[in-house]
Design a binder for this molecule. Structure first.
Ligand code: PXP
Length: 264
């Protein structure tokens, strides 16, 4: 069974739209638990555009589910998170101008800092995951660095699926570089899925201590999730936007239950 980590950042996005106290991301944690989620995921961004330090503190202190916190390689954020000792910290790249996390970590350019941060996590009993593009080189580096897990970025696969099977291509949000005939899009989707599956096998293969756990996330929704959930080596999916978007209409508990059903 693939575990579901519910990313609750966008509960806080809604709160920040009014700069007030509701909706409270902590309330979402208990609803997620009742709905059968396996983990809570949240991202403390350098710009604090949604989740704030006090959210993280309250959630780590009170969550009945394991907490996975996404963070950039920012010393102040990392030190704060280490002091709270959540179950896991996932290192992600961050750019101020981005709408959401674009692309995976550039491990090569930040090799030494990532190694030091992973060691600091280990010393506090915090598991580490690296959010990476599904590329062999990134997996080799993650193994070498002794990370506990990799999370494969599914954004390209998700965008291809949107261009092939939703009305996105007819809107102002169409992704120009993916503007191709249906058959070509389907071929790209197949290639992208094969590559994700290959990377998942590579990450989890071998019996040595450096085998990684393999997770995936980004852009997953009710329509595209089953292809990824069916990859046996991927043990966990972290999903945010599509669940919160559906929750606006059906409520958070139902939206999570429906996502768990879609993952089967
Ligand atoms: N995993 C990681 C590492 C992320 O950065 C994000 C986005 O914050 C997600 C999963 C969830 O992506 P989405 O909101 O598109 O489901």
């Amino acid at each position: 069974m693939t575990r579901l980590g519910v990313n609750i950042d966008h509960i806080a996005t809604l709160r920040e739209a009014r700069a007030i106290y509701e909706p409270d991301p902590l309330e979402a944690v208990f609803i997620a638990k009742n709905a059968g989620a396996h983990q809570i995921t949240l991202h403390l961004r350098e710009d604090r555009r949604h989740i704030h330090d006090s959210d993280v503190r309250r959630i780590v202190q009170s969550s009945p589910l394991p907490v996975n916190i996404e963070s950039a390689l920012d010393e102040r954020v990392i030190d704060y998170l280490i002091s709270l000792a959540p179950q896991r910290i996932t290192l992600v790249p961050e750019k101020r101008e981005e709408v959401t996390t674009e692309g995976g970590l550039d491990i090569e350019s930040h090799y030494d800092s990532i190694r030091d941060v992973i060691k600091a996590f280990e010393a506090k009993g915090i598991a580490s995951a690296l959010f990476i593009e599904p590329k062999k080189e990134a997996i080799f580096l993650a193994r070498e660095l002794g990370a506990s897990a990799v999370e494969l970025h599914t954004g390209r696969y998700a965008n291809l699926m949107l261009m092939a099977y939703s009305n996105l291509s007819r809107t102002h949000r169409a992704i120009m570089e993916m503007n191709m005939p249906p058959q070509a899009l389907q071929e790209e989707i197949n290639k992208s899925l094969e590559n994700i599956a290959l990377c998942a096998r590579l990450a989890t293969s071998g019996t040595d201590t450096r085998a990684l756990e393999c997770f995936a996330g980004h852009g997953l929704n009710y329509f595209n999730v089953s292809n990824i959930a069916n990859i046996a080596q991927i043990s966990e999916l972290n999903i945010g936007h599509s669940i919160i978007a559906r929750a606006v209409f059906v409520g958070l508990e139902r939206a999570i239950i429906q996502m768990k059903d879609a993952m089967c």
